[in-house]
Design a protein around this ligand. Sequence first.
Ligand code: SF4
Length: 352
Amino acid sequence: MTITKFLLQWYSQNKRSLPWRETRDPYKIWLSEVILQQTRVAQGTDYYHRFLVAFPDVRSLAEADEQDVLKLWQGLGYYSRARNMHHTAQEVVEKHNGIFPDSSAGLKKLKGIGDYTAAAIASICFNEPTAVLDGNVARVISRLYAIIEPVDTNTGRKIITDLANSLLDTNHPGTFNQAVMELGALVCTPKSPSCDTCPLLFACEAMKTNRIESFPVKTPKKTPTLRHLNYLVISFMKNNKEFILMRKRTGNDIWKNMYDFPCIETESASDTADVLESCVKSGLLDGFPFIVKHVSDEYIHQLSHRRLLARFIRIEVQGMPMLYDDITFVKKAQIAELPLPRLIDRYFATLI
Ligand code: SF4
């Protein structure tokens, strides 16, 4: 197991000092893993600390209001992670008396905990000999063994996982898993890996055959779906205070339970006049004098499989507009306290 030995040696000398490496508390490991799934370490560390201050243990998270959890998560994106985490905390408290299951199989039964997170928690906290598979591990192993099967297919995932398990140090599985991920994060990076300093250089097939750029093999990406969002930022005055209509998002679309503005979605970029006509037809502005104060430039917001093209039409209404479905009105000064998707937060920051 020379590869394992060299890897662990490198890790002990080069690992970054990160707060979640100081603990084996499954709640804290779980929190860090969920935060870091789609987030860089520098940004994630800040959120990790903030979450632990607000919710120091699984019970406090379970008892929290979902809106407070989403608010604290704001800026991290992929909000289903926060909702699942809140739900999982409640499940751990209600079904497991506040104690996390101590095996990957038990952890995977909890909502929002998949193969990767379950293996990470079980190996780090409970010494379960299970290899993790994330993007870093896939890249390192696929280069090390020059795997031609795409890493994002079931077959590719199985090949990589089997190889990672064959290298695993069964006495220190958590340390081994963190070592492979750390190598992927610091040395075997997606672009321009630092092969000169790599402890596995001697064994790397991609390096030997000069094909590093060819790995990891991935299936070609689909072009992202475009969505055209015409946001209506409708304000009115009441008792000398400015109010703005906000929409609480429900259903299974993006940003569930967060707030944006009433929106007319169109298949392509539309004229402001057409959008306003639809808005009047929908009843939102019907019967009220209004003026359009400003139409923003297009905001581009990239999600994993979708690209949002958004415009914000600022409208002042005289009188109180109709409220329906999930539309409510909020004092302008209090909007920042709501959980807002990043796109809305970006626009709101420009609103004087
Ligand atoms: S030698 Fe280079 S490509 Fe191979 S594992 Fe090390 S960093 Fe990655």
